[in-house]
Design a protein around this ligand. Structure first.
Ligand SMILES: Cc1cc2nc3c(=O)[nH]c(=O)nc-3n(C[C@H](O)[C@H](O)[C@H](O)COP(=O)(O)OP(=O)(O)OC[C@H]3O[C@@H](n4cnc5c(N)ncnc54)[C@H](O)[C@@H]3O)c2cc1C
Length: 385
């Protein structure tokens, strides 16, 4: 009998350390950064110094030697304290994982220590305006010119390029512009000539910004290519499954924050002589969301564990991301309703979670694309698209 749901002292201590750090910043601070054009770099730097951003990366490259379980726990706790660091979904989880696994010794030495200690943030760019969810149709092209690579194309909705030192760009090779995608991954420094960006105004109340990227004959050295173009899909999914797990962690932290705040308010607020939480119309949506959070959390930890133990995590990571997104949407909606009018006041901050939670159903992979995946892979239903 080996099944054990006890997280153990190490993970409990990790949760406590993150909660302690993020608690010194808090949701009010996070919202202030979002509303005043500030950044979360102070918290990012402190978390990096404390070893929290690189817990999943190899020790020989400055990481903690843990895995996705630890990294997801860190992000969940940051979110629960009101300070979700979105770039954790990208920098250590996607880029760090791919480079640690498929990078050359030189690439690992060059990029991983900075990703691990937070001194370098690496963004990730796969989505394109004309391809959208259909990443097989991306047209950003990499062609060989002597020893160099030349990249051309466009990307959209790319998070955190303003705080990133480099972007891991997914392109297709010029000799494979048609047919099945054989993606190739390139590290593109954000100051590379030919790379430009425009910020996309968003309705999200978030200090993290999104960008459209333009790659106009960006010249890169031979060693900008990570891994082998012949194994591109496997390399890409080595990063995308961790991304889904971290998407779930991001959602679950926010869901916990919303439920904690709503339950505290419902215990306290009286309008008919009893606390409003005594009314089942108030308590049941919160309780149902609590159950959904716990379900999604178990799924997230299982998916992270599958990744860490080298097993196929496609269904588990996608399903956890789906479940967590549904949980956070329901939790935030119930939390806003519980707060009545104050649920939408700026001072309260709960209303700011509405778009943040809603975005969980869209990115990093949409609810519909997860359901397509599960229908096709787990239920053996015909591919619908
Ligand atoms: C805040 C934010 C941050 C992001 N950060 C990044 C980032 O850092 N890097 C990056 O590369 N991308 C990023 N993205 C992009 C994100 O991954 C995409 O928005 C997402 O994959 C959906 O693609 P799309 O927006 O083009 O929607 P579309 O593909 O145009 O889809 C629109 C709608 O149609 C549905 N749909 C599409 N195809 C099907 C189908 N076959 N069956 C059923 N329904 C379907 C979708 O589910 C969706 O509801 C970010 C997006 C957001 C909103």
């Amino acid at each position: 009998m080996t099944l054990d749901f006890d997280e153990g002292d190490e993970l409990r201590d990790l949760r406590a350390a993150v909660a302690d750090l993020a608690g010194r910043y808090g949701h009010r601070w996070f919202l202030e950064q979002a509303r005043t054009g500030g950044t979360v770099q102070a918290l990012w730097a402190e978390a990096g110094k404390a070893g929290l951003l690189g817990v999943n990366l190899p020790e020989e490259h400055g990481g903690g030697g843990g895995g996705m379980v630890e990294l997801a726990v860190v992000l969940e706790e940051l979110g629960a304290a009101g300070c979700p660091l979105l770039m954790m979904v990208v920098s250590p989880a996607i880029c760090g994982t791919v480079i640690a696994r498929y990078g050359t010794a030189e690439q690992r030495d060059r990029w991983l220590p900075g990703i691990a200690d937070g001194s370098l943030t690496m963004a990730f760019a796969i989505t394109e305006p004309d391809a959208g969810s259909n990443s097989h149709e991306i047209t950003t092209t990499a062609r060989r010119d002597g020893e160099e690579w030349v990249l051309s194309g466009q990307k959209i909705w790319i998070s955190g390029v303003d705080v990133a030192g480099a972007v891991l760009v997914v392109a297709r090779l010029a000799d494979a512009v048609k047919g099945t995608l054989r993606p190739a991954l390139f590290v593109v420094p954000t100051d590379a000539p030919g790379l430009s960006r425009t910020q996309i105004p968003m309705e999200l109340v978030s200090p993290d910004n999104q960008f459209q990227l333009f790659l106009d004959d960006v010249r890169l050295p031979a060693d900008a290519l990570v891994g082998s173009p012949d194994a591109g899909i496997a390399q890409l999914f080595a990063g995308l499954n961790p991304e889904r797990v971290m998407g779930a962690a991001y959602s679950l932290g926010t869901a916990r924050l919303a439920l904690d705040r709503a339950a505290a308010y419902a215990r306290d607020r009286r309008v008919w002589g009893t606390p409003i939480g005594a009314h089942q119309g108030v308590s049941h949506p919160l309780a149902a969301a609590r159950v959904e959070v716990e379900l999604a959390r178990l799924m997230m930890l299982k998916a992270a564990w599958l990744i860490d133990s080298g097993q196929d995590a496609g269904t588990a990571a996608n399903s956890a991301k789906y479940a967590a997104a549904e949980a956070v949407v329901h939790a935030v909606d119930a939390a806003v309703q519980t707060h009545g009018g104050s649920g939408l006041s700026q001072d309260n901050g709960i209303g700011a979670l509405v778009t943040a939670s809603r975005f969980s159903r869209i990115a990093p992979v949409s609810r519909e694309m997860v359901l397509n995946f599960v229908a096709q892979h787990d239920l053996q239903l015909p591919r619908s698209y």
